[in-house]
Design a protein around this ligand. Structure first.
Ligand code: DQA
Length: 147
């Protein structure tokens, strides 16, 4: 089984973007971490990033036939995108939402997530480790996965 790991806008800049908030880990480091964790659980990872809301919606729609579950860091679209929420809900796949930072100790506008409404669970504030934990949790949620 394949887990789609989706990353939203500006996450391509990780490593140099606000390191005091997001740390020095790059998105490529996170991809390798996800692939290693998934491989250890007998799973594959399809790891992607886009700055474009519509592209993310297209990828979520495609996941209906190509993935067993979705791990998503929607980045800023977390707080704005009903379109992403609707697409995720339409897939009927298990969704785990991840944020590197603890959005609840940041600005008020980051406290609300549209995506959480359709997520099985949410992990935030643990940096790249959150992605590895999400992969591990997903293994227990998908057919053919192992807890
Ligand atoms: C983020 C938190 C969002 O509020 C922000 O817009 C991001 C990254 C995180 O991973 O902490 O771009 O999703």
């Amino acid at each position: 089984p394949t887990i789609l790991v989706l990353n939203g806008p500006n996450l391509n800049l990780l490593g140099t973007r606000e390191p005091e908030v997001y740390g020095h880990t790059t998105l490529d480091d996170i991809r390798r971490l996800c692939e290693a964790r998934a491989a250890a659980l007998g799973l594959a990872v399809d790891f992607r990033q886009s700055n474009h809301e519509g592209v993310l919606v297209d990828w979520v729609q495609d996941a209906r036939t190509s993935a067993a579950g979705i791990v998503i860091n929607p980045a800023a679209y977390t707080h704005t995108s009903v379109a992403l929420l609707d697409a995720l809900t339409a897939t009927a796949l298990p969704v785990i939402e991840v944020h590197l930072s603890n959005i609840h100790r940041r600005e008020t506008f980051r406290h609300h997530s549209y995506v959480s409404r359709t997520a099985v669970g949410v992990i935030c504030g643990l940096g790249a480790t959150g992605y590895a934990l999400a992969i591990e949790a997903m293994a227990g949620l998908i057919p053919g996965g192992q807890a």
